[in-house]
Design a protein around this ligand. Structure first.
Ligand SMILES: O=C(O)CCC(=O)C(=O)O
Ligand SMILES: [Fe+2]
Length: 331
């Protein structure tokens, strides 16, 4: 379990643009503490919404996934920002919620993940702040956007992660590490990748609402990609999927009856631009200067709290990506 990649795995990643690494994380010791932490976050959300009269019950007897889904249905809203360990791309307020608890921090700094990252980007590892938790309820019940009729938190459209950051990061060796907290089979809406698509450079991404993209989110138009080549990558708890910043990927809709729950983290060599420099990253591992590594989850929370205050006072008006899309993040 865990550990560095073999030379064959590194070669496969270089050739295919993605790699599924089985059993990197231990479901019980690495993932269950994160799930336990989010139980408390959901408790707090239920309390707030109940007190505000937005839900009829706190649904305390339901298991996490069913409870979260029921709360979204009952309130008619998705509350993804409440759980996320990042901030929205615009409209940050002093009270914008986010969650940067110690269990989340321990995932970002997990040695097994960093060993894998080191095999790809070397031993000077920066935790890039383009990162999300995605907890997607079954698409059939998730509240819809009243204008488009699309699920507010549904399938992700085809994109390259390089396409959803600024030009500054075009030469950054940004590695995406995606893992599911629960098994993510095809029906739960696992990721799909287009193998070898990373070799063709950065492709155009169309913002939602343009005639090339009626679906929402940034999307690479179909003529630039091979829909038939899209390969689903179902994951089990503990598996980690690696993507290059140029690998075309999307996700399937969640047609199961439970949530699809994932973390997507990004790492790059220290010193390279992150593509979102108004957000705080940190040194996760440095062989050269171990004293620069961040090991304190409270300082990490403080970085995000300060960032929130700064952005609430003076919003950063620079677009988050070169395509001028509005506020939907598919990164
Ligand atoms: O989890 C998803 O649906 C999309 C994830 C994604 O695009 C990413 O991790 O870069
Ligand atoms: Fe992505």
């Amino acid at each position: 379990m865990g550990g560095s990649l073999s030379p064959e795995q590194v070669e496969q990643f270089d050739e295919q643009g993605y790699l599924l690494v089985k059993d990197v994380l231990d479901p019980e010791t690495d993932l269950d503490p994160i799930i336990a932490e989010y139980d408390g976050v959901l408790d707090a959300l239920a309390d707030e919404l109940f007190e505000a009269g937005e839900i009829e019950s706190k649904y305390e007897d339901l298991p996490f996934g069913k409870r979260l889904s029921q709360i979204y249905v009952d309130s008619g809203k998705v509350h993804s920002q409440y759980f996320d360990f990042s901030l929205p791309q615009k409209g940050v307020r002093h009270d914008t919620p986010f969650w940067t608890g110690p269990a989340v921090f321990s995932a970002l700094t997990n040695d097994k993940l960093l060993d894998v990252a080191e095999s790809i980007i070397g031993p000077e590892i920066y935790s890039n702040p383009v990162q999300h938790v995605r907890i997607k309820p079954p698409e059939a019940i998730v509240p819809k956007d009243p204008e488009t009729g699309r699920a507010l938190l549904g399938a992700t459209q085809a994109h390259q992660d390089n396409g959803v950051v600024n030009e500054e990061a075009d030469r950054t060796q940004m590695l995406t590490m995606w893992f599911s907290l629960l098994d993510a089979p095809v029906e739960a809406g696992c990721l799909r990748v287009e193998p070898r698509s990373h070799r063709q450079g950065l492709l155009p991404h169309c913002p939602a609402g343009t005639n090339k993209n009626t679906k929402g989110g940034l999307q690479i138009p179909e003529e630039y990609r091979d829909e038939d080549a899209m390969t689903p990558v179902p994951t089990k708890r503990g598996d980690v999927l690696l993507l290059t910043a140029r690998t075309i990927h999307d996700s399937l809709p969640n047609v199961s009856d439970d949530i699809r729950w994932s973390f997507d983290l990004r790492y790059n060599p220290i010193g390279q631009p992150t593509g979102r420099d108004s957000f705080p990253g940190f040194v996760a591992r440095s062989k050269k200067s171990p004293e620069s590594e961040l090991h304190d989850p409270e300082i990490w929370t403080q970085l995000w709290t300060e960032t929130r205050a700064r952005l609430a006072e003076s919003p950063d008006d620079r677009p988050f990506n070169r395509w001028g899309a509005d506020d939907f993040s598919c990164a």
